[in-house]
Design a protein around this ligand. Sequence first.
Ligand code: PMP
Length: 326
Amino acid sequence: MNYAENILETIGNTPLVKLNKLTEELPCLVLSKYETFNPGNSVKDRMALQMIEDAEADGRLKPGGTIIEGTSGNTGMGLALAAIIKGYKCIFVMADKQSKEKVDILKAVGAEVVVCPTAVEPEDPRSYYSVSKRLGEEIPNSWYVNQYDNPSNAKAHFLSTGPEIWEQTEGKITHFVVGVGTGGTISGVGKYLKSKNPNVKVWGVDTYGSVFKKYHETGEFDENEIYPYITEGIGEDILPKNVDFSIIDGFTKVTDKDAAVYTQRLAKEEGMFLGNSAGAAIKGVLQLKEHFTKDDVVVVLFHDHGSRYVGKMFNDDWMREQNFIE
Ligand code: PMP
């Protein structure tokens, strides 16, 4: 018989799937690392398990403990699945701009969810950064994960996602394109790919309203770059320790409208029912067109599943309210 001992053993080894219609205008092969095949439907299962196992190993997380994290949903799902198998409690702190589906999904896997306002400074005591930190200090036998600065996040991608992409492309990958939030995915995968071939180019996809692109180009943390935006999962108003700017060759910024429209197009034209950051990522690939030649092999990573966005990017009334469609 061939079976996994538990759901955690099914994390990783996701397929690489060719893009066909949306990339017709590009000269090269474009492949997607299709992370929704993970049991929690996102790439975040990988780093959630790694963060828990590293915290168990050095005693930060003890038996019966409570896992606390500020999460927009996908990291929470990964942590919750691992917590169920390993016997921990979970409390997640989310910003109120996240979709209701994301909150409901986390509750469905046994987590407690605390919702905080989006439109406050990170230092504000009501922000989700501050609230998660405070709960971590107040609740006994708890562990505050902090995916932004936790090195196990990028490590997971250096140990699993990166090697999988290298092997699946038989070392032929020339460009890696991915949305950047905590930076764990781009830094871990990028570092691994460059360790195998320093000529591989690593491109980050950023949002308007986020600091990454400007910081990468000028070294300046420009507060004027920070304003509210709609795209979910990518962009930040802080510089997480997990973003290793030294391995990133460049950033491209995608508008909220383009990210939403391309999320719909992936579903309708490629049969790829994916999250909002996948729309941003594929539009980012198209924006980087001038960097690609016919022999290139471009891999774009798609982080999560469309089911989490049915009330938003897959709802035409919502799309019209945002003026994203006529
Ligand atoms: N897309 C989605 C849907 C996400 O949840 C995340 C994580 N915030 C990202 C992209 C960005 O990934 P990373 O945090 O590894 O940079």
